[in-house]
Design a protein. Sequence first.
Length: 439
Amino acid sequence: MSQRPQRVLTGITTSGTPHLGNYVGAVRPAITASRAPNTESFYFLADLHSLIKAQDPARTQRSTLEIAATWLAAGLDPSKVWFYRQSDVPETTELMWLLTCVAGKGILNRAHAYKAAVDKNRADGEDDDAAVTAGLFMYPVLMAADILIFNADRVPVGRDQIQHIEMARDFAQRFNHVYGRDWFNLPEAAIDDNVATLPGLDGRKMSKSYDNTIPLFVPQAQLKKLVFSILTDSKMPGEAKSTDGSALFQLYQAFATPDETAGFAAAFADGIGWGDAKQQLFDVVEREIAPMRARYEDLIAKPGDIEDILRDGGQRLRERYAIPLLRELRDAVGLRNLGSAASIPSDAPASAKAAPPAFKQYREADGKFYFKLVDGERVLLQSAAFDAPRDAGQTIARLRRGELALADAPVSLGDRVETTDVQAALDALAAAEAEKAAS
Ligand code: TRP
């Protein structure tokens, strides 16, 4: 691999309204990581994936807007990282099809999300695939396309997504194998085990499904109300309190400096009243969130600006990576210009394609020397007889350098070969030569 910066790619699901747990567990660490030196970071809104679950168009649009505004407000800098919307890079879905055609169906059968749906159907006495869409089934292939289209090296994900990265590697490997070259490098999952999971209002993990969340950008007064509704025990002011298993304490820790956290622990031991403790928690959360909330409100008020940012990112990415890659991949799989010279006979093995055209010199039973230009099994040029091998070699050299016109050379075209075919082969040879010289 060349010395290009590491490519780190993260897909953001565009569903729901982000809460403090998402912020501390996903958004904040990802934004910190986006500032790492020597990395090229890709952040995208996985809006195509969201259609598998969310089929209310107005909500899909709203959610995409809110999530985009959240990441921008939280400090993602679209001039330093790639920030885009999955559906703005249509080459992704085209690549998905190419991958679909090498992906093993058996592997998809074993995907956790699909298997869970089947298991549930079985438990309910339903048909295996009842209410399962093909979208859910194909989810891992679309995700592989997201990753492979930009040849990402590392993909930071939660543990539940590791299997998807393994599938992306599998599909990439199969494609590389079938089409005879390392089109894709194999991405690695990057798991951060230090990422905090925040407790919610009731002390269980903060999650929409428990209805215990603190939304990230509620107005200040509502944030305060929510913080004051966090469940605590019934200890009175003056009684020592335990930090162990205290949701209040864990939330505080996620927003405070280590010194502040130590001070807060001491206050617990000293019997701080729950009201005071909640006020202090509110203060540290508000300190961090308030400037972001202001940016968020500005952004949300101008959805057209967010649209422009996303489109610009997608457009630049397409031009830089996606369109050129798909052009190559189309050629690799044989979706080609029918008039182009590089076409190979349909009975040639796929692997023959990898070898560039070549000149072959040989001696016949008549004692004379000959050469031919071949592309795979196809003979493009056949030379006349030479008395000395040196003459054959020099003719080849002059043809390759373009010093000798085909019409003037002692050669004849192969069966159904056009001069343009020969020219293309000579060009390909020159290109292969230049590539060798450069590496
Ligand atoms: N499946 C991921 C999730 O649920 C979102 C996602 C879609 C993604 N495409 C991706 C993540 C590509 C990483 C890379 O969180």
